[in-house]
Design a protein. Structure first.
Lengths: 350, 372, 161
């Protein structure tokens, strides 16, 4: 019944206008829907982080605006919208202004690849994962440009750290994904999920898959610039790092994009390891849109682990960060790929 | 090619202003860093942003009034600072205080030390990047502050010592509340080890960072936990016992590595020692007067006087030159933070900005103590 | 192989740390919630301070609007930072016929007070004491300057001037 909503809308539009215009209209509608998802997701995750941090730290967290402070972040966003956009005098104005858009555009583009359920999947191409990793690595440019263009030494140090960090950890994320792609045998996200109907990939690939998952979680934390890898912002060292000179909505873009990236990383983890929208043991696979529920639950679970990291660990130093990547994660990852390939070849997967 | 690189891609050192408003400088300390990329080449300290000329104010204040000004130096060891002035005046006037006063003063000292170190632990965690430690540190500190508030009336600037005793008698709940806090601390301090001390990231961040040898520590005049991390025995409580410290049995916390992690461990161990000192004394408070009668206007005899106490950051000294009048002719505070800060350049040379932050938090600077 | 034992031991220490914070999270989330922060200013009405709490200096009045201050200015002299100003005057005592000093205004500058308590200690007749009020918030600094003796109050009989 609900499944027909999309076809109903499609037919309704067909009755109003010619077919090619309907196509464009639908694209616009989907884009608007995803913008909405982007904003709500960002605001919700900021709220969630603050609430969860409060439980870790014996505090109450936001509790004044709306039930359980749900609208606190909305109020914060409204405040940021109304604020003046300031900047430094000798900043590279063009790059300074364009930098936040790199970050949100790439985050939005990556979001379109995420399947929320079997039915809600905007952009399903056969090189889905490849596209996702390449697009999300463009987002680093935004942070890098912000650090460079702000004409602030703290920002610059933050920007330089981003460059180093991203080049290193992009590799680990990529390798962990490749490990799982070897097992799945496809890059198309919907197919990867379909394969897991017999058992999630973390179960199918057992030992190498678990190692890949751990590496993915570590590298994913680094990718989303969260503690213990938040050297880019490093509050106690650099003040605010790359976004020191940003105010108002420009700052909010970075802030929202950071949390949307967190969602993206978690979604990829769920797709690759925990069966995407599939329910455990297929209990609700016949009900339409039930996938949305399972997907969100799983993603929130992974996000909680990221938050747990953040509220427990101290921060790395830049050289330790590189040591961890190049001396530990990368070699382990390479061995792991070979191991996975051997397993797939010998048919040892479950 | 090589010439091209050296000519065209010339790198240069640059200056970075860290502070006076910076999260890691704990107040208004300004550090002028000379950096090569992220590597610290020189640290210039610019002090005076919170200078309130307290020493000069003391020269226009009677001895009773001086005490409350010392609260505002190192506000985290307010009680020790008060005690230094009181002990000095009592020494000069030959006032003998009874055991009750001595023991209560010592217990208060050690409670202050714990509350200061607990706060330091939280802030160090936050400087290294673990934000949750800050709240955990405050959780314990609040309980200790409740003891202070109940007995002294204030939580931070206690102003509890007066010349010849204590301002009020201890509150009737004092003993029970202190015992409860000790019980709580004994349960929570092992957690600190689990959360931070044993954490591999934390250890890597502090170990072999900011190393200073014992000789250098003495040469720079370092004191307190900072020097004891380099293996220098300098605990005033041991070397020049005052109040009830000669009645108790405790160990001076000394580690010999001289790095930031050694300084960290010294403070953690000091908390355990403080707990043991309080436990030895808490049941021994005799029934006696809480205050010895003194004259309404206190005038120290002509002469020079010096009194040292072990504050939470080290050797706090008060020097008074008296000309027999109501006010001291000259008064000098020897604050531990100032001496400790001087070694920062030596410790941080060639390390990274992140290490500088770690060193700053392990030498535990309190800026009002440095600037006075 | 120290390489692998480093990885395993390192991971172990990280997991112990996570168990501490995670333990608190689950206790706070699923069972009784323990909050160590104060919900100021929502709890202004309910917050109870300790009886020795030094909130501000107040002058004690009895039910007949009488205080004990005889304007001797000892508190003014004891104050290290000039927070207390005493305006006194002299008038003929109707009983004895002698000139007697009486209090017109006991002015207290809360904005300068460091809560050292020397004035209260100096007072020979216990006319002033600590008040428990902790909520001293004003938009103007001058509003913190208070007159401690209530309007129309008189000195209690039996206090020597």
């Amino acid at each position: 019944m609900i499944l027909n909503i999309f076809t109903d809308i499609h037919e309704l539009l067909l009755g109003l206008m010619p077919e090619n215009i309907v196509h464009i209209t639908e694209l616009v509608l989907i884009a608007v829907a995803y913008l909405g998802i982007f904003a709500i997701l960002g605001l919700f995750l900021v709220w969630l982080e603050r609430r969860i941090a409060a439980f870790f730290q014996f505090r109450l967290g936001p509790n004044r605006v709306g039930p359980m402070g749900l609208f606190q972040t909305v109020a914060d966003a409204l405040k940021l919208v109304s604020k003046e956009l300031t900047g430094t005098e000798k900043a590279d104005k063009f790059l300074y202004k364009i930098a936040p858009y790199f970050v949100i555009t790439t985050a939005l583009m990556s979001l379109s690849l995420i399947p929320f359920s079997y039915e809600i999947h905007a952009f399903d191409i056969n090189i889905g994962l490849f596209f996702l990793t390449s697009v999300s690595s463009v987002g680093v440019l935004g942070i890098f440009l912000a650090g460079w263009a702000s004409n602030n030494k703290y920002s610059l140090i933050g920007g330089m750290r981003t460059g180093i960090q991203m080049i290193s950890y992009e590799l680990s994320v990529g390798m962990a994904i490749v490990t799982m792609v070897v097992l799945a045998g496809t890059l198309q996200i919907s197919e990867i999920v379909e394969i897991q109907k017999d058992g999630w990939l973390i179960y199918q690939g057992h030992i190498p898959a678990i190692i890949a998952f751990m590496i993915f979680m570590i590298a994913g934390t680094a990718e989303s610039n969260r503690t213990p890898f938040d050297l880019v912002e490093a509050e106690s060292e650099l003040g605010a790092g790359f976004h020191t000179e940003y105010s108002g909505m420009n700052f909010a873009y970075y802030f929202l994009a950071e949390f949307v990236n967190l969602f993206l990383i978690s979604s990829v983890a769920v797709i690759l390891f925990f069966g995407g929208w599939l329910s455990p043991f297929g209990i609700t696979d016949t009900i339409p849109f039930a996938g949305l529920f399972w997907f969100v639950i799983k993603v929130l679970g992974v996000i909680f682990i990221f938050m747990w990291f953040r509220w427990t660990f101290p921060r790395f130093r830049i050289d330790q960060l590189l040591t961890l990547e190049w001396k530990f994660l990368l070699p382990i990852n390479m061995v792991n790929i070979v191991l996975m390939a051997l397993m797939v070849w010998l048919g040892l997967t479950l | 090619m090589k010439e091209f690189l050296t000519d065209q891609l010339k790198t240069q050192e640059y200056f970075l202003n860290m502070g006076p408003q910076h999260p890691a400088t704990h107040g208004v300390l300004r550090l002028l860093l000379k950096l090569d990329g992220e590597i610290v080449r020189n640290v210039d300290m610019d002090l005076g942003y919170i200078h309130r000329s307290i020493e000069k104010m003391c020269e226009r204040a009677s001895y009773k009034q001086i005490i409350h000004l010392t609260d505002r130096l190192d506000y985290l060891s307010a009680h020790m600072n008060n005690e230094a002035v009181c002990l000095l005046a009592e020494k000069a006037l030959n006032i003998e205080v009874n055991d009750r006063i001595k023991i209560v003063r010592t217990i208060m000292d050690e409670l202050t030390r714990i509350s200061s170190h607990v706060l330091w632990w939280g802030v160090t965690g936050m400087d290294i990047g673990a934000i949750t430690t800050f709240m955990y540190g405050f959780r314990e500190r609040e309980l200790i502050n409740d003891i202070f508030e109940e007995t002294c009336g204030t939580r931070l600037t206690m102003n509890y010592n007066v010349i010849g005793g204590l301002r009020y008698d201890i509150h009737e709940n004092f003993v029970k509340r202190t015992k409860d806090v000790l019980k709580h601390l004994k349960k929570k301090l092992p957690e600190y080890d689990k959360l931070l001390t044993n954490n591999i990231i934390f250890q890597k961040r502090l170990m072999n960072v900011g190393v200073i040898s014992g000789e250098d520590a003495i040469a720079y005049g370092l004191n307190g936990p900072t020097a004891r991390g380099s293996g220098v025995s300098c605990d005033i409580r041991k070397t020049h016992p005052y109040s009830a410290y000669d009645m108790v049995d405790f160990e001076e916390a000394i580690f010999t590595e001289g790095d930031s992690f050694a300084r960290y461990k010294v403070r953690i161990k000091e908390m355990w020692e403080s707990i043991s000192i309080i436990e030895q004394l808490i049941d021994k408070i005799p029934n006696d007067e809480y205050k010895v009668k003194t004259k309404a206007v206190i005038k120290l005899p002509v002469g020079d006087y010096l009194q040292r106490v072990e504050a939470s950051r080290g050797d706090f000294g008060v020097y008074v030159k008296s000309n027999g009048q109501k006010f001291p002719e000259r008064l000098k505070f020897r604050s531990p933070g100032f001496a400790n800060l001087t070694a920062l350049n030596k410790m941080a040379y060639g390390l990274k900005i992140a290490d500088l932050v770690a060193i700053l938090s392990t030498i535990d600077v309190v800026v009002p103590d440095i600037d006075r | 192989m120290s390489y692998f034992s480093d990885i395993i031991n390192g991971t172990k220490t990280l997991l112990t740390g996570m168990r501490v914070t995670g333990g608190y999270f689950f206790v706070n989330f699923f069972t009784k919630r323990d909050v160590i922060t104060q919900q100021y200013p929502n709890n202004i009405e309910t917050l109870e301070m300790f009886d020795r709490f030094k909130g501000e200096v107040i002058m004690l009045h009895n039910e007949n609007n009488e205080h004990r201050c005889d304007a001797c200015t000892l508190c003014e002299k004891a104050c290290p930072n000039g927070s207390i100003e005493i305006l006194g005057d002299k008038a003929k005592d109707p009983e004895t016929g002698k000139n007697k000093r009486f209090l017109v205004k006991h002015i207290y500058h809360l904005q300068m007070c460091t809560m050292c308590g020397l004035c209260i200690e100096a007072c020979p007749v216990n006319a002033i004491d600590w008040g428990q009020d902790f909520h001293h918030v004003e938009y103007d600094r001058s509003l913190l300057t208070k007159v401690l003796n209530k309007p129309g109050s008189k000195i209690m009989s039996g206090i020597k001037g």
